[in-house]
Design a protein around this ligand. Structure first.
Ligand code: OSB
Ligand code: MG
Length: 375
């Protein structure tokens, strides 16, 4: 099933979060989201979403670097030439462009959606998904005080979430985790995410977290630093989960070989798309390392890709796949993403493509910049 992409359109929207999201490396209030619209020569359309943020504080890529990479180098590689298989897009990109994985993912993932749509299949089915429902975890930003955090954790527990993750940073860790631990009870796993805010010299300090029985500590040290993560893991009982560090299948192999992590967070939008995400999934499955799907405060479009990916077999831990209403007053897809009382999200396996309809009028209303890329 070969198809040809005729048009790539970039549409940047501004979407205000219901409440600011604070992590160790910065705060987001209004998401700038770069959306991608692909149209093939038969007039079939697929929407994708770039996960890059406004500032380079999670990864070196940003909305603006992605726009440039897509416009100048990547979209021209996608347009015009027949695509026999979406799995061939990543090799085509990687042969010509190093890095820029978020930009690559923003194009590669909707190619899978387009292929699924053409076959009248769901995206999840197309990429080999196995599960019908995914356990949902919530990621709570750094709060003003441990008391405020405790209130949020209690609300998350009442809402039915299957895991609560709390952002930490030096100065906002032990007391916050103690408050979260007291509020969550014993049934739901609790984890923390440092977004690289610590150094190996903090190992004794971080070891104090061991007494809270955390499911994992996510990305304690610098993204590049696999060896120090391995040293830190030796000194912690709490499993380390890597997020920012895992940029490719080879990096995942290295991290596991070195003992830098016991759990891996896979965000398809971070690693270059579904081809790389599936390869990382397979590397981890071979090593018996569980994975889960992280989030980047995506709109309902990006969430569709994450939900599809999380239906692969080794995604055995709850993903950061909160429902639309946790982030937005109103999402840009119909139906919005929801969570059932048992804390799961349904994989839309009976609907073709991404499984939700993009509210194009609303996208147009929210648009701050739009350009058609020249082939
Ligand atoms: O580290 O997982 C992260 C959001 C932005 C950037 C980095 C991260 C996050 C989250 C949010 O934790 C997860 C979500 O989308 O709900
Ligand atoms: Mg993280």
């Amino acid at each position: 099933m070969t198809f040809i992409i005729r048009q790539v359109t970039l549409q940047e929207i501004a979407l205000p979060l219901r409440e600011p999201f604070r992590i160790s490396s910065g705060t987001v209030q209004e998401r700038r989201i770069l959306l991608v619209r692909l149209e093939d020569v038969d007039g079939m359309v697929a929407w994708g979403e770039c996960v890059a943020g406004e500032a380079p504080n999670y990864s070196p890529e940003t909305v603006d670097t992605c726009r440039h990479a897509i416009r100048a180098w990547l979209a021209p590689l996608l347009m015009g030439d027949p695509i026999a298989d979406p799995a061939l897009v990543t090799p085509r990109f990687d042969a010509a462009v190093r890095g820029h994985r978020m930009a690559k993912a923003a194009l590669e993932m909707p190619v899978w959606a387009l292929a699924a749509e053409r076959l009248h299949e769901s995206l999840a089915t197309r990429i080999g998904g196995a599960r019908a429902r995914i356990d949902v975890g919530i990621s709570l930003g750094i709060q003003a005080s441990p008391e405020v955090l405790a209130t949020k954790v209690a609300a998350a527990r009442a809402a039915g979430y299957n895991r609560v993750k709390v952002k930490i940073a030096p100065g906002a860790d032990l007391q916050f985790v103690a408050a979260a631990r007291a509020a969550i009870g014993t049934k739901i796993p609790l984890s923390v995410d440092a977004n690289a805010a610590y150094r190996l010299e903090d190992a004794d300090h971080l070891a104090q977290l061991d007494s809270y029985g955390l499911a994992m500590i996510e990305q304690p040290l610098e993204p590049e630093d696999l060896r120090r993560h391995a040293e830190l893991q030796q000194r912690l009982a709490t499993p380390i989960c890597l997020d920012e560090s895992i940029t490719s299948p080879a990096r995942a192999e290295d991290a596991l070989a070195m003992g830098s992590a016991r759990i891996v967070n896979i965000k398809p939008g971070r690693v270059g798309g579904f081809s790389a995400a599936r390869a990382i999934h397979d590397v981890c499955a071979d090593q018996g390392v569980p994975v889960w799907c992280g989030g980047m405060l995506e709109s309902g479009i990006g969430r569709a890709y994450n939900v599809a990916l999380a239906s692969l077999p080794n995604f055995s831990l709850p993903g950061d796949l909160s429902p639309s209403a946790r982030y937005w007053e109103r999402d840009i897809v119909q139906p919005e993403w929801t969570m059932d009382g048992d804390g799961t999200v349904e994989v839309p396996r009976n609907r073709p493509g991404i499984g939700v309809t993009v509210d194009v009028d609303r996208v147009d209303d929210l648009t701050v910049a739009r350009e058609e890329v020249q082939a």
